[in-house]
Design a protein around this ligand. Structure first.
Ligand SMILES: [Zn+2]
Length: 174
């Protein structure tokens, strides 16, 4: 019995249900979600993303880091290789949320201690904090849109998910 055991039990039910059958690596909808790793912020729940329906990339805050940009570029390159000019337009949806735990990075005491632990500069850590999701999601959409690595057949939108109402608000349309 480990912490994972309850979920492994559920996996057996999933395997028995067969929802995984016939799925392909290319998602059914041309959507690439970037959002937070927070357990309340799973697109499978708040967006109803089913098996094989969309690509989902999660990190602390749902930030458009260099790594996140690279993953978008990767999907762009793969679809272009497979489909060439036929590659469909895909939408990268950046979704930040209220009450995000990354706000700790903006807390003076936490920031100082964590900076010492990780060796990452305090202001760099603070820049990763999502304190005002409306502001950070706009900044991250700008970052992705202005990246030289953004695939030609990608568009970007920005949204805020409110963990207290369950509602997603579109802040930056495509
Ligand atoms: Zn978060």
């Amino acid at each position: 019995m480990t912490n994972l055991t309850p979920f492994l039990d559920r996996n057996q039910a999933y395997a028995d249900g067969g929802a995984y059958k016939g799925l392909t690596p290319m998602p059914k909808h041309q959507v690439f979600v970037i959002t937070c790793m927070d357990g309340r912020v799973d697109p499978a729940h708040f967006l109803g993303v089913g098996p094989g329906e969309a690509l989902v990339y999660r990190n602390a805050g749902g930030r458009v880091t260099d790594e996140a940009v690279r993953e978008v570029a990767f999907i762009g390159a793969v679809t272009e290789m497979m489909l060439g000019d036929e590659a469909p337009i895909f939408e990268v949806a950046v979704i930040h949320h209220t009450n995000c735990g990354t706000a700790f990075l903006a807390d003076e005491n936490f920031n100082r201690v964590f900076s010492a632990t990780t060796g990452v500069a305090g202001d760099e850590l603070e820049a990763e904090a999502v304190v005002d999701p409306h502001q950070t999601v706009k900044a991250d959409v700008d970052t992705l849109r202005s990246s030289a690595l953004l695939p030609a057949h990608a568009v970007v939108s920005g949204h805020v998910y409110d963990v207290h109402t369950g509602v997603v608000e579109t802040v930056v349309p495509v």
